[in-house]
Design a protein around this ligand. Structure first.
Ligand SMILES: NC(=O)C1=CN([C@@H]2O[C@H](COP(=O)(O)OP(=O)(O)OC[C@H]3O[C@@H](n4cnc5c(N)ncnc54)[C@H](OP(=O)(O)O)[C@@H]3O)[C@@H](O)[C@H]2O)C=CC1
Ligand SMILES: O=C(CO)[C@H](O)[C@H](O)COP(=O)(O)O
Length: 475
């Protein structure tokens, strides 16, 4: 039998769709899954693509079915399973084979796995894939990390399966070792912020203005034709307009308000802190999911504390809806600026030389945060790759145009007791970032008072301690 050009392990949601995508683009592919029933089901449902697929039930058979040197995509549950799968696979591999972890790995695991194979004749690629089920099947955004040489060997097949934005493939080699998985992690961190901000606006419309899910869906539908045009806004409209087949009520009203999370949002925040970058909107989004999971505690607190009464509804509803649209755009700019700032710091720390315009470019299609907006970020970073997004000329203009709306929306929500942690943190980020003289002088004075930590003087004179009384810390 003709050997396959590539192999894929893991026929879950992502792996099975990626395998069909690879087969459809004319690549012969061998597939394997831990539970063989999934392999049988996958093959039985592969239809016209069966001729391109070699289903295998043992790893030995799987490896033998691929032409060496073998590129093998591992698309399974992240974490320990990947180490186990690599250990089980390695004895069958030969010189030049590449293991490509395409799951949502923690980039620190990716660096460890990469280093573990550095002195062997095998190669490791850590590859972020975004786009969910549909993206995997018809074109995801792909973020590759590893050696440039290993990238050259898989570039053709990955380009063939990736999403295209105006014919431009949404795949790129982003740097050595953990670069691809780091960028995917921050992609997800931004995704968390985007989703949280959309949910906060939904909360204002539902609980503040008393609108139905259908009405709110219509608002998001209108916004999707404007500057907020994006996949997440598009699916928000669809989700809000869907009816529950069991009760006939809006589906969204029948879903428990407890959001899951698998780790990438939390890692984004941890790494932002590690790099010393303020990623407050992403932090707020992760904290929002944590609070959402504390459902019974929240219900109890509501009975004890009650809910604040709503502030008077804005009289001009159309003007307020326009404010909400602009507020979401402004806050989104803050979240993306923070995500890119984290990547910029990590790039320096890990010497990856991450290409910011390329990252924005490959996120324009295929991935969950895909949007028109990312095309504008691509242009901004192409002109000016090394600055905070919010001070690039185009985005500075957008912030100046929309931050008033964000301020009015946050003010209304705060006065009404409607939680808007991500929107308000984006606003506070703008306000802190653009204030040349902040208030940390007082913090420095306090630190010097209690710990003789010293400070810099505004006049540059050399007297690094204050006259605090005890005399101990006086310079
Ligand atoms: N769903 C999504 O939208 C996206 C998911 N991802 C990432 O892709 C990866 C796969 O996700 P997804 O397809 O959704 O997950 P699924 O739950 O649909 O599938 C999980 C797959 O992992 C396999 N698996 C689990 N544990 C082991 C193990 N110990 N050894 C070998 N195989 C194992 C399962 O095999 P078995 O059938 O035997 O249980 C199955 O093939 C994850 O890292 C996920 O974070 C990335 C982007 C988007
Ligand atoms: O990577 C993805 C999208 O880009 C996955 O859907 C991921 O599972 C999303 O993260 P979480 O499950 O933590 O919400």
């Amino acid at each position: 039998m003709e050997q396959a050009e590539i192999g894929l392990i893991g026929l879950g949601v992502m792996g099975s769709n990626l395998a069909l995508n690879i087969a459809e683009k004319g690549n012969r592919i061998a597939v394997f899954n831990r539970s063989p029933e999934a392999t049988r089901k996958f093959f039985a449902e592969a239809g016209d693509l069966q001729g391109q697929i070699v289903p295998c039930e043992t790893l030995e058979e799987f490896v033998a079915a691929i032409r060496p040197p073998r590129p093998i995509i591992i698309m399974i549950k992240a974490g320990e399973p990947v180490d186990q799968q690599m250990a089980a696979l390695t004895p069958y591999l030969s010189a030049g084979d590449i293991m490509i972890d395409a799951g949502n790995a923690n980039f620190r695991d990716t660096m460890r796995r990469f280093d573990g194979l550095k002195d062997s004749d095998l190669t490791f690629i850590g590859m972020g894939v975004s786009g969910g089920e549909e993206g995997a099947r018809h074109g995801p955004s792909i973020m590759v990390g590893g050696t440039e040489e290993s990238w050259k060997r898989v570039e053709k097949v990955l380009t063939s399966i990736s999403a295209k934005f105006n014919n431009d493939p949404c795949v790129a080699w982003l740097g050595e070792n953990g670069a691809g998985h780091f960028v995917k992690t921050i992609h997800n961190g931004i995704e968390y912020a985007d989703m949280q901000m959309i949910a906060e606006i939904y909360g204002i419309l539902r609980d503040g203005l008393g609108m139905s899910a259908q009405e709110i869906g219509e608002v998001f539908g209108r916004w999707n034709t404007g500057r907020l045009n994006s996949y997440l806004i598009e699916i928000t409209e669809k989700v809000l307009k869907a009816a529950d087949p069991l009760s006939g009520k809006p589906m969204v009203d029948m879903i428990v308000d407890r959001a899951g999370q698998k780790g990438t949002g939390k890692w984004s925040v941890i790494e932002a802190q590690n790099m010393g970058v303020a990623a407050t909107a992403i932090e707020a989004a992760v904290a929002g999911r944590i609070l959402s999971s504390q459902k019974s505690e929240r219900e109890r607190a509501e009975t004890i504390l009650g809910l604040p009464s709503l502030s008077e509804a804005p009289r001009d509803r159309d003007a307020f809806l326009a404010d909400l649209e602009n507020a979401l755009l402004a806050a989104k700019i803050g979240a993306y600026a923070q995500g890119f700032a984290v990547m910029s710091a990590a790039s320096a720390e890990f010497k990856w030389n991450l290409p910011m315009p390329t990252i924005a470019r490959i996120w324009r299609a295929g991935c969950i945060i895909r949007s028109q907006f990312l095309d504008e970020i691509t242009s901004a970073f192409t002109k000016d790759p090394d600055v905070n997004l919010i001070v690039t000329p185009a985005f500075a203009d957008m912030v100046k145009e929309t931050d008033g709306a964000l301020r009015r929306v946050v003010a209304y929500a705060v006065l009404s007791g409607l939680p808007v942690p991500a929107l308000s943190s984006a606003l506070a980020y703008f306000d802190a970032y653009r204030r040349g003289r902040g208030t940390a002088n007082l913090i420095q004075a306090q630190r010097d008072f209690f710990g003789a930590h010293g400070f810099e003087r505004v006049d540059g004179l050399d007297r690094p301690h204050g006259p605090w009384g005890s005399g101990l810390s006086q310079g």
